[in-house]
Design a protein around this ligand. Structure first.
Ligand code: SF4
Length: 338
């Protein structure tokens, strides 16, 4: 049995079987989620005899770090390996001016959505991650660094809304067992409308982020084949419905690709498209992935684009480039190691 991923009540049930007190369950829970140990031997406030007994039937984890890259800016990228040999990427991001420690987690091995700017999409879809495998990514970071994660973004490999049950279960554990506030958790989607409709009907406090990347059908379908399945106008209706039902502001993610979707004309079209949506906009200057010809926009074009959107009354941020000296773009590290 693997202990990582068990809820407090599940640990209490286990203690009952072992004829131990409920308090033991609380101690073990604390060792897993807050002290982030890798082995039962490290749970030093349990008696040696009890640890030996527990070791006969359980382990803390079987997840390993296959590869790790540390950037000069503090970003750490992990290639996490599960017992079946499949790997996903997970990233620790920190920003100098904030105390937040953000884990960018993957929800699937590979991805079927196949966005043309993404290295993960190129490798195709392998399988969904279980909720335990999702939370193991955060535990891996915590075990390796000794730090406690404060924020989670589902922006790693895979489409979270195509693995919604496991993502929601992981979200519940992040919230209740890791004690990470739901508002500090973001689910990012390429625009899977049935999944957005499901989220609209739940009373989640988490943030929904949409990878939009273009303001119209023709431009969007050039880089996001999912546009042929769920088109941008239907997506907008689903987003309006989500905002109406939840009252929550959404985040629009927009990758800026030089000469493709970073012109002033496109900025104005985007501002028009978003004018009646309650949203913030996050601009992400494209981070080169070796296998294609897309280019980074110039700083001047980024600023002009930002200005035009702000002029329309939206709050716009430009995502700081993290991990520029490592394989920071989604799928790059896994791509080099499989
Ligand atoms: S960007 Fe996200 S949704 Fe698109 S292919 Fe990559 S992992 Fe999948």
């Amino acid at each position: 049995m693997i202990l990582a991923g068990l809820r407090l009540y599940e640990l209490e049930n286990l203690m009952q079987k072992l004829k131990a007190t409920k308090f033991r369950a609380k101690q073990i829970h604390n060792w897993i989620y807050f002290k982030s140990v890798s082995t039962i031997d490290e749970m030093t406030n349990l008696s040696k005899d009890f640890r030996e007994e527990l070791k006969k039937i359980a382990k803390v984890t079987e997840t390993k770090i296959k590869k790790k890259q540390v950037s000069k800016d503090g970003t750490i990228k992990y290639l996490v390996e599960y017992p079946d040999g499949e790997c996903v990427e997970t990233v620790l991001m920190r920003f100098d001016n904030r105390a937040n420690l953000t884990a960018c987690v993957s929800s699937q091995v590979g991805c079927a959505v196949n966005c043309s700017f993404c290295a993960t999409g190129k490798g195709g879809f392998k399988r969904n991650l279980t909720y335990q495998e999702i939370i193991e990514q955060v535990l891996t970071i915590q075990r390796d660094t000794g730090l406690k994660i404060t924020n989670i973004v589902f922006m790693g490999q895979g489409e979270p809304l195509l693995n919604l049950d496991n993502v929601l279960k992981a979200l519940e554990i992040f919230n209740e067992d890791f004690q990470i506030g739901a508002r500090r958790i973001t689910i990012s989607t390429s625009g899977i409308i049935p999944g957005i409709d499901n989220l609209a009907n739940m009373n989640l406090q988490s943030t929904l982020a949409i990878s939009l990347h273009a303001p119209n059908h023709n431009l969007r379908k050039e880089i996001m084949p999912i546009e042929n399945r769920y088109n941008i106008n239907d997506l907008k209706k689903a987003l309006k419905n989500y905002i109406d039902k939840t009252g929550r502001r959404i985040t629009i993610e927009y990758i800026l690709i030089h000469g493709f979707n970073d012109t002033p004309q496109v900025a104005k079209e985007l501002a028009y498209f978003l004018k009646d949506l309650k949203c913030n906009i996050n601009l992400i200057p494209y981070n080169s992935v070796i296998e294609n010809d897309f280019k980074k926009p110039s700083n001047n074009d980024i600023m002009k684009f930002k200005y035009l959107l702000e002029h329309s009354g939206k709050k716009v941020t430009v995502r700081l480039e993290r991990g520029a000296d490592i394989d920071a773009a989604c799928g790059q590290l896994r791509g080099k190691n499989i």
